[in-house]
Design a protein around this ligand. Structure first.
Ligand SMILES: NC(=O)c1ccc[n+]([C@@H]2O[C@H](COP(=O)([O-])OP(=O)(O)OC[C@H]3O[C@@H](n4cnc5c(N)ncnc54)[C@H](O)[C@@H]3O)[C@@H](O)[C@H]2O)c1
Ligand SMILES: [Zn+2]
Length: 681
């Protein structure tokens, strides 16, 4: 439908059908088919047609009613006072229009601004709670506005719902309205759990809240982290309400209800707009989802004077935030290689405006996520973007899958360096094995390569590495050892004087004579930390032996399990890695061969140490190194299996734990004596 062709009656009927289908999926099935933004746009289109042709309006139009009649197993209860919907404003202009409309309807003097109560529009579901003589008797969903579902037993599992009002003199009858929602953290946990169990995840916290509340078994509801916040008094008997809505909220708070702490009063349209700007800034950082702000005329007498239209009060409006979820199409999938070699599939999208920016890429995380979503190229998908977080694909709109949808094919080799890819069993991430030569990983692997515990090249800091890589002076670690041939270029670089260049070149020269274990550690093989490098080199002694070791031989090494063995084998299987190692040896990197030491000959073999607190003569890392050199295992936490705790100054919980488990404790002097005795210091 374009602007030039006037909408026909059939257009309107189609829109109604479409919107009612969306609404049924959303309200009854708790499983929306399209994002709210799509629903809202179609809804506005329908409103526009109906405004032009009031005689066309039908009773089953969504503009004439609230929600849907539920079809669940709960009893239906009529509301004492209907629970209505809210009119929407999508920009500041419509908000100002709203304020002007109110002034006009009230014949108000425009010099005297209207007082509004501003409330975050919590994105959950509306509930009405009935208290008789101060006791909770019933909790009912909004349903279709006239009647809803009696979900009292589920409601009672929420700690934020008072079972009795905190007062000796309660109103004879009180109906409180509020929103039940699921904070973001609870939502993420719930979905992680669903994923573990292979169950379907919820699309957003609102649907998770609705689905959790409408469980026939309250025990399930009880396990879900749901919160209820009160936002108005729906009906009352035997008590005189305050004249201000805001004061009413404060009373509810005193009676034991939770109210949102960002609710406040403001004056006129400008006050409302300022509040919007403030909350829009804070939105992403809140621990719960909000989809807008509700502004209510604060004076109850004025509210009554203004009254209602078909499905919404005249005295309130919901100003919606820009949508965080939108629908668009995936036109292709790219594979990006991260700094650590992780391959991330990224969906290329038909550009879409979501979360305040135009988005044309969204992450698909990994292979498992692609399978979980069941996503295909050319699919329509829902893209989510909140705050500065990377946009992600959260759902496939299966109903709209086109005939030309094709499967997402994962590459066989790294798209940057063509090395083999590896996926460790039990891990979702697929990685490139070309750590040392992969352009995508180069900076990070070089930083590791030159670090203190690896090749220990002084003067080659992170900044300099980045410059060297950016200027293409260093493409592999081998190039570091030929930098002396490029002295002039080095001198021309920022902050590189004669002295610093010379110092750098001399420490590179010095670093050539290293140790076998440092060399292996420097290669940056996945899961091969210092201790493992030491164990591998102690066992194999010769580089050739280590490089040609198979899985079986590798797992013979103390502390090397099948996963580490797999990483090591894959690394040395890559021609590019073998070439790089050869290049390093040709450039003069060398170490003194040590005789094979059998681990069980070492004095502390089989003992587990933990080091904690601050030491004055040595760093904790130095002490750990030396203990490991003597064959000890150094662990990060104290358990009954710990043989000794080295506790420096200000040792905390580890010391307490060791004492409670009767683990022997030695201080700095004690460990120095031990290390001296074995000749390592
Ligand atoms: N995606 C879909 O397929 C689909 C289908 C139908 C409806 N929807 C969505 O549902 C919404 C429309 O439904 P609606 O009638 O519930 O209107 P609404 O959500 O725009 O506004 C009314 C509701 O706001 C909530 N609310 C939160 N804080 C409040 C406060 N402080 N004071 C008063 N109310 C507060 C209450 O639950 C209340 O029932 C739209 O956001 C629409 O996008 C989506
Ligand atoms: Zn690569």
């Amino acid at each position: 439908m374009t602007q030039d062709t006037p909408p026909t009656h059939q257009h309107m009927l189609d829109l109604i059908q479409q919107l009612n289908d969306y609404s049924y999926a959303y309200h009854v099935k708790d499983a929306p088919i399209v994002p709210d933004a799509v629903y809202d746009r179609d809804y506005q289109r329908l409103q526009a047609i109906e405004a032009q042709h009031p005689d066309w309006i039908q009773a089953d139009s969504p503009t004439q009613r609230v929600g849907e009649k539920p079809d669940s197993g709960f009893a239906n209860v009529a509301h004492t006072v209907p629970m209505l919907s809210l009119d929407n404003a999508f920009d500041n202009e419509s908000l100002s229009d709203f304020d002007q409309r109110i002034q006009k309807l009230l014949n108000a003097d425009s010099a005297e601004p209207i007082t509004y109560c501003c409330e975050p529009k919590l994105d959950g579901l509306a509930i009405s709670l009935r208290y008789e003589q101060g006791r909770l008797v019933r909790g009912v969903t909004r349903g279709d506005g006239l009647s809803g579902e009696d979900i009292t037993s589920n409601i009672k599992t929420l700690y934020s719902v008072p079972l009795a009002l905190r007062t000796d003199m309660p109103p004879a009858v009180l109906e409180v309205r509020g929103e039940i929602y699921m904070p973001k953290e609870g939502f993420e946990k719930l979905n992680a759990l669903a994923q573990e169990k292979g169950e379907k995840a919820f699309v957003n916290p609102r649907n998770a809240a609705a689905g959790s509340l409408r469980q026939l078994d309250p025990k399930i509801t009880a396990t879900r982290s749901l919160v209820m916040c009160a936002y108005s008094i729906g009906y009352v008997e035997g008590w005189t309400q305050p004249t201000s809505h805001y004061e009413g909220l404060k009373q509810l708070s005193e009676w034991g209800f939770r109210i949102n702490d960002l609710m406040t009063q403001t004056q006129g349209a400008q006050g409302c707009i300022d509040y919007y700007e403030m909350l829009n800034e804070r939105r992403a950082g809140l621990s719960y989802d909000i989809d807008g702000i509700v502004y209510k005329v604060d004076d109850i007498a004025l509210q009554n004077q203004l009254g209602f239209i078909a499905r919404a009060p005249r005295w309130a409006i919901a100003r919606k935030f820009p949508a965080q979820e939108e629908m668009t199409r995936i036109v292709g999938v790219d594979f990006q290689v991260g700094r650590t070699g992780a391959i991330t599939p990224v969906a290329r999208l038909e550009p879409v405006f979501v979360g305040g920016v135009t988005v044309s890429n969204a992450t698909l995380h990994n292979k498992d996520e692609i399978a979980r979503l069941g996503v295909m190229v050319n699919d329509y998908v829902i893209v989510h973007r909140a705050g500065d977080v990377i946009p992600k694909v959260v759902q496939v709109v299966v109903e709209k899958r086109p005939d030309n949808a094709t499967e997402v094919v994962f590459p066989e080799a790294c798209p940057v360096c063509s090395s083999d890819l590896e996926q460790v069993e039990g891990e979702a991430i697929i990685r490139c094995t070309g750590g040392l030569v992969c352009g995508a990983q180069l900076k990070e692997s070089l930083k590791h390569f030159v670090s203190r515990k690896a090749m220990d090249i002084d003067g080659l800091g992170d900044k300099l590495i980045e410059q060297l890589v950016d200027q293409q002076l260093v493409k592999t670690p081998v190039d570091i050892f030929t930098l002396h041939e490029k002295k002039d270029t080095l001198l021309s670089m920022e902050r590189m004087g004669q002295k610093s260049v010379e110092k750098l070149l001399s420490s590179i020269e010095q670093a050539k004579s290293t140790q076998f274990n440092r060399f292996i550690y420097a290669l940056g093989i996945r899961e091969v930390g210092e201790a493992t490098a030491r164990a591998l080199t102690g066992y194999f002694v010769e580089l050739d032996a280590l490089m040609s070791a198979d899985q079986e031989a590798l797992v013979e090494v103390e502390d090397v399990g099948p996963i580490v063995a797999q990483h090591v084998k894959l690394f040395f299987d890559q021609d590019v890695n073998r070439d790089t190692i050869q290049g390093l040896l040709n450039a003069g990197v060398a170490w003194e061969k040590k005789a094979a030491v059998s681990a069980d000959d070492l004095p502390l073999f089989g003992k587990t140490y933990v080091v904690t607190g601050s030491l004055s003569q040595f760093s904790r890392d130095q002490v750990k190194d030396k203990l490991q050199a003597l064959g000890a295992k150094v662990s990060g936490s104290v358990s009954a299996k710990t043989d000794c705790l080295v506790a420096g100054e200000k040792a905390g919980s580890k010391l307490t734990k060791a004492q409670s488990l009767n683990v022997p404790v030695i201080d700095e002097a004690g460990v120095i004596a031990l290390l001296t005795e074995h000749g390592v210091i």
